[in-house]
Design a protein around this ligand. Sequence first.
Ligand code: C2E
Ligand code: CA
Ligand code: CA
Length: 434
Amino acid sequence: DALTGLPNRRYLLERLGAEWTRHRDAGQQLVVMFLDLDRFKVVNDSLGHHFGDQLLVSAATRLRDCLADKCMLARLGGDEFAILSAEASVEDAIELAERILSAFDVPFSIGDHVVFSSCSIGIVSADDDFHGEPADLLRDADTAMYRAKNGGRDSYVVFNQELRRQVSDQMQQEGSLRAALKKDDELVPFFQPIVCTATGRLTALEALIRWRQPDGRVLTPGEFLPAMEGLRVMGRLDLYMLNRIAVILAQPGLAGWPPVHVNCSSYSMTREDFADDVFALLQQHGVAPSRICLELTEGALIAEPEIARRTMQRLADNGVSVVLDDFGTGFSSLSYVHEYRFSGLKVDKSFTFGLSSNPRTRAIVRAIVRMAESLDLRVVAEGVEDAMTLAALREIGAGQAQGYYIAKPMPLAALVEALDSGKATQWVAPSEKM
Ligand code: C2E
Ligand code: CA
Ligand code: CA
């Protein structure tokens, strides 16, 4: 590897093949570890690629210093490293992982900067249960690393049968989701009203996906989306929902509907063609861009900030507004509001919940509302579960609200019925139970 001078991926795979033969023929132990620096992208994007490169070189040195003789350290690419350990047990690997994690507790000083960089580690051992190709060991170690990352980073996870089962469950679920995306009766949008806090008038709708199972059960996103996070199928799901919504909005009787918010995964935001796909779809159905609004979380911006920035710019230039979802739960929400072209933000449920009882929460929401006002951003508070909370929002001056107290997400038919009965002009009374 040109940057670190370590063996590269190809070299590692060759060695892995050789050690694998010794493992198979002579019963020699074999452990593979997969390492990935945490938040390396953030460092790289904020301090520059040159700095990122230097951090990788320092990290490589630090890793090498942790290793025993019989280990081989390789750089797989980017911020990914692997360790091949022949004649080592899982216990040895765990010890090594702990040594590495504590070595990374010490910050790196590079030029004028001092940065902390932890890492996440996956460990797999070739044992009797393993029946794959040598390269599959690397894949399993990667899977375990991913778990470590999702579990909060700065830790290690050992690949085991349970994880193998989970991975195959996930693949199966992804398969059935893909199949459902080809039909039109399993994945359906529900709609939840968003109302003006001052007048109670309906101002927008949020589309929330539901999955009708063949046995009649209806799955909520929490039951199937988390496992699909980051997978290609999420991109398909986003376009599927957008298409469903466009078809609905194109119906002649629904010209008076308020804009529909559609949730958008980080997968889509980091895809160069996403904005074009959205426009093509709207055009195909003859739906004006202002009739939809995309909701995204800051997670969608972290992985590929540059692509996300371009995508948002293109969406905004063409009249599709974007709001920042779950505002306040991320780790740098304010900087996102400042850097990207959002038209509004949704105050996360966790703030709304404490609003009527906790003065501190109220102070925070008040500050968010003030800030949004001066930046000309719409504010929607989600998770409004009672009249007191709605009243508090009104008093604070948060423009819009959404939540079970106002209405639960409902199927299209129920929404149409409510709208037909004239609820749009006043979904909740303006001063109800104040
Ligand atoms: P979200 O975007 O934060 O959506 C709001 C969630 O809060 C919804 O859960 C909604 O039903 C729930 N909710 C609404 N009012 C209240 C309330 O008063 N109290 C409480 N406790 N909860 C309330 P849901 O429908 O289960 O969706 C969960 C998440 O799944 C959404 O969170 C969103 O991130 C994701 N999601 C839903 N539909 C889609 C979709 O079509 N595409 C994508 N990419 N993600 C989706
Ligand atoms: Ca949302
Ligand atoms: Ca939300």
